[in-house]
Design a protein around this ligand. Structure first.
Ligand code: AMP
Length: 448
């Protein structure tokens, strides 16, 4: 099946051919004709399936056919959870609209709003935005959403994960009731279905990949290793395998930072990308990674959303995610556009339960393998409740003891700091739960 047979116009076919696509991907085959018909769509598709072109191409066709007003109002709004994804989507829109006279721009937080405002003043047909900055600029009257004809919610599952539900509702109140709605999500949870029911009208459901399955052709491996040996094993894997482009996931921002430094010290040039890094630093790190001037990119889940790194051969889970769906997102970074890829997880004793959760979600087993020299041995039992030793009174030395002496107060200080250290460790072992008891990612759910 060709792009032409999907009903796309000549300028779009020209742009697609220039990009080098020969045939539509599965999601494009289904989504393009449906969206061209003007129907609402509820699509289950992970990154790497070609979903962006799947909604961008028909969206551009619709807008190019409509009446073009001199003072361009925003006619299409694409909402994304992260800055990276927003930038990525706009890049796609730019590419595919090369032979059309449509204008688009992107707005997100973390950078100066002034250039974004002046871009909006010049008039744009398509706006790609993250929710926070969109509402901010709307409240400043820097933009109007009154003429929206098509509303796209991209990576809706991540939107909800990041706590954007209220912002989405506010935005829905600002756009006209009569419009076409497109919802894309990598996973189809109950919450997503609820959200879909709320604003999609008789949607056509498109499932390019079965629910919550990992990208085809990705080889998944899990190595059982002690936490303390993970860096050494990772260095060995990268060096011996001669891996030149490795995306590594950690659970926390500080973990990403530490690991990136350790790798660089050991001769594997690396950069980190997480919520504490400025937008410019993230873009720079990603560029160096894409160009191949660094070998490894260490990322947290949220920061990595929307990264488009074609033909990424290796993804490493340095730490398994505590939210199983994140595993699907992570390994969706490899094996894209029909190419094979390898996803390797380094699993320590305390992460075995996370692995079980992932296996349950995927309905697939990922056997734990051992690597010579890295056998973690038996788990060291961690006492959850310290058993109190019966208090034995130490016999006081009879001589040299005076009431309130410094030696007594020193002893008591020493004990209390020990107690605190113990409490701190216990804290670290607790399951991280959100305000209402929902399981929460340990990483950076920083909103834009
Ligand atoms: P996406 O899922 O939208 O993030 O796209 C993943 C990657 O696939 C991007 O690098 C696209 O440029 C690429 N891509 C999209 N559509 C096609 C196609 N029909 N043929 C080959 N590559 C494609």
């Amino acid at each position: 099946m060709s792009f032409k047979s999907l009903g796309l116009s000549h300028p779009l076919l020209k742009a697609v051919a220039k990009k080098g696509y020969t045939e539509p991907s599965k999601i494009q085959l289904k989504a393009i004709p449906t969206i061209l018909e003007g129907r609402d769509v509820l699509a289950s598709a992970q990154t790497g399936t070609g979903k962006t072109a799947g909604f961008t191409l028909p969206l551009l066709q619709h807008l190019s056919q409509g009446q073009q007003l001199r003072r361009r109002p925003i006619r299409a709004l694409v909402l994304t959870p992260t800055r990276e994804l927003a930038a990525q989507v706009q890049e796609n829109i730019n590419t595919y609209s090369e032979f059309l006279s449509l204008r688009s721009t992107v707005i997100f937080g973390g950078v100066n709003a002034k250039p974004q405002i002046s871009q909006l003043r010049r008039g744009v047909d398509i706006l790609v935005a993250t929710p926070g900055r969109l509402l901010d600029l709307h409240s400043q009257k820097a933009l109007s959403l009154a003429k929206i004809e098509v509303f796209v919610l991209d990576e809706a599952d991540r939107m909800l994960d990041m706590g954007f539900a209220r912002d989405i509702n506010k935005i829905l109140d600002l756009i006209p009731k009569k419009r076409q709605n497109l919802l894309f999500s990598a996973t189809f949870s109950k919450e997503i279905k609820k959200l879909a029911n709320k604003f999609l009208k008789h949607p056509v459901t498109i499932e390019a990949t079965p629910e919550n399955t990992t990208a085809e052709k990705v080889i998944q491996k899990a190595y059982h290793v002690a936490k303390i040996d993970k860096t050494a094993l990772l260095v060995q894997l990268i060096k011996e395998g001669d891996w030149n482009q490795v995306l590594i996931f950690t659970r926390t921002k500080s973990g990403a930072s530490r690991l990136s430094k350790k790798l660089t010290k050991r001769g594997i040039l690396s950069a980190e990308i997480h919520g504490d890094k400025s937008q410019n630093a993230r873009v720079k790190a990603l560029d160096s990674f894409k160009k191949g001037s660094i070998r490894a990119l260490v990322a947290t889940d949220v920061a990595a959303r929307g990264l488009d790194i074609p033909l990424l051969p290796h993804v490493i889970n340095f730490e398994l995610p505590n939210v199983p769906e994140d595993y699907v997102h992570r390994i969706g970074r490899t094996g894209r556009a029909g190419a094979g890829g390898e996803a390797v997880s380094l699993v320590s004793h305390d992460e075995k339960d996370y692995l079980k959760g992932i296996e349950r979600l995927l309905k697939q087993s990922i056997p734990l393998e051992l690597i010579e020299g890295f056998d973690p041995g038996e788990p060291v039992e961690v006492e959850k409740k310290p058993v109190r030793k019966p208090f034995k009174k130490k016999p006081r030395p009879k001589s040299n003891y005076t009431k309130g002496s410094t030696s007594k107060s020193n002893t008591s200080k020493g004990n209390s700091s020990k107690d605190n250290a113990g409490k701190g460790e216990n804290k670290g072992n607790k399951v991280n739960r959100g305000k209402f008891g929902a399981k929460r990612r340990d990483s950076d759910n920083k909103k834009d």
